[in-house]
Design a protein around this ligand. Sequence first.
Ligand SMILES: Cc1cc2nc3c(=O)[nH]c(=O)nc-3n(C[C@H](O)[C@H](O)[C@H](O)COP(=O)(O)O)c2cc1C
Ligand code: SF4
Ligand code: SF4
Length: 281
Amino acid sequence: MSAQHNQPPLKIDIWYFSATGNTARIAGVIKEEYVRLGADATLIDITPYTSRNAGVIPGSGDLVVLGLPVHSWRAPRVVREWLATLQGHGKKIALFFTYGGFGIHPAHETTRSLLENQGFSVVASAEFCGSHTFNLGGWKAMEGRPDQSDLEIARAYAEQVLCRFTGEDCRTLGEMERTSHSDEFLDSIEEFRFRILTQMPARQGSCTDCGRCVRCCPTGSMDPETGRAGKDSCIACLACVVACPDHLISINDMSESWSYKLRTEGVTEEEMRKKKSRFYL
Ligand SMILES: Cc1cc2nc3c(=O)[nH]c(=O)nc-3n(C[C@H](O)[C@H](O)[C@H](O)COP(=O)(O)O)c2cc1C
Ligand code: SF4
Ligand code: SF4
């Protein structure tokens, strides 16, 4: 299918929040696919806190793909707070999430309902397997993902979404599984990350002051003077750990919690590896 039928190319903005690169990778593949199909697609990074202005829709496209990592079963809190300031005015939006192989389902429906409340029309959603952020501290969840099979599914998703963007398929996202958990319960599990990340990201030794760890931070939490994350605002996304070219930002070893996590989730490493990315129309 092609986006061009003797008309100007469709303008598609791809907003993505990505602390450690998985979501950015899927966003990049989706962009490539849209360009191949003749659309005018633009990647817009909404990770740094300076990129999310209250009430301001980034980009100029009428169509949006929004890619987010799952943080504690939902979209990251800072993104939810920002989305709640936007007015969609009927803009079509397709979602996708990357996740580390554990809880995912509340993310689709809770983000969809937030966006619909803001006036967006949610046309599709997807989930892609990605190495878990806490692998940086010794976990082994979804190592090596997204892989080629995940990227193929991303391409197929982009093509299906295009039919909804053009209106060739005028349906919106079908019914998704609703969570039985209350907002209060979902809020409370966000604290779990700090039972595992006991040493907040902190710079060890002197550095070149390149500023990458400060600029990439989604919450403005990394102090440029001390090189330490603020305890109250840090969301444990580990963008700063990945951003430092000299690997100077360290966290604690979380490997002990890995087998505990598998036990409490009732899943084996082998079963996790078999998980597949998928999309919902
Ligand atoms: C604070 C935090 C909470 C997370 N919660 C979940 C979760 O509930 N379920 C899951 O499968 N993965 C979870 N993850 C893993 C990320 O969703 C996954 O690694 C994602 O692909 C990261 O995307 P990024 O590389 O674009 O930042 C969490 C990661 C972080 C940092
Ligand atoms: S300081 Fe915290 S919120 Fe900021 S990038 Fe580092 S881990 Fe993420
Ligand atoms: S990214 Fe690393 S080198 Fe650059 S300012 Fe931060 S700690 Fe220093």
